[in-house]
Design a protein around this ligand. Structure first.
Ligand code: GLN
Length: 211
């Protein structure tokens, strides 16, 4: 399993270390051609405006979108989740806009800039996931194409998934519970969703499967 971690800014090294412990072939990504043979890409936490500016400068926006549409799994943590969202309040430049979610940057307010919480993640069973939030975005809407994956005790959604795309408002790379990284490796190993396979086979054969 070959997983890249976008290494323009932010805490990419922590992700690489968890992935390596899990036995994945993890490497840092800075150039478009490094995306070509990846099964998955992680966009780490950091400062979403800075990462967005560097994505544009290094001409990575279109290649990442194209590889995601071809079935590469993509996971955004915190700033990375902001970059994955189709709708992001407070982001003054173009993100990847791949996921049908809306986020608000820095929505938890100054006095609670950072906090830790036990999350309920039904897909992982009954054991809660201890999560670290650092100037986190709020996932304010999960659209019809996406689904919530984890929430705070008050029901606020803090992780969402859409096919092979994953967004978490917190930082699983900063704790030693690797369940989100394991979940992402399983997504990266999965075949592309049917809609993508159909688009690819249409492109290859020019034939559209009857509805
Ligand atoms: N507040 C940052 C932003 O808006 C995200 C913080 C983080 O990734 N921990 O980009």
């Amino acid at each position: 399993m070959k997983i890249g971690v976008l290494a323009l800014q932010g805490d990419f090294e922590e992700h690489i270390s968890v992935l390596t412990k899990l036995g994945a072939d993890a490497s840092d990504v800075r150039l478009p051609e490094q995306l070509d043979d990846l099964d998955g890409l992680i966009i780490p936490g950091g400062e979403s405006t800075t990462i967005a500016r560097l994505l544009a400068r290094w001409q990575l926006l279109s290649p990442i979108r194209r590889r995601a549409l071809e079935g590469m799994a993509v996971w955004g943590t915190c700033a990375g989740a902001i970059l994955l969202a189709e709708r992001a309040t407070g982001l003054d430049r173009e993100g990847l806009r791949l996921m049908d979610i809306a986020v608000e940057r820095n929505a938890y307010g100054r006095q609670v800039d950072s906090f830790e919480a036990e999350l309920s993640v039904p897909a992982f069973g009954s054991r809660p996931f201890h999560a670290v939030f650092i100037r986190a975005p709020r996932i304010s809407e999960v659209g019809a194409k996406a689904m919530p994956l984890a929430c705070l005790a008050d029901g606020t959604v803090v992780a969402a998934q859409q096919d092979k795309l994953l967004a978490t408002a917190f930082h699983p790379e900063l704790t030693d519970d690797a369940r989100f990284h394991q979940h992402f490796l399983a997504l990266a190993a999965a075949s592309p969703p049917a809609t993508i396979r159909e688009t690819e086979s249409q492109a290859a054969t020019g034939v559209r499967r009857p509805a």
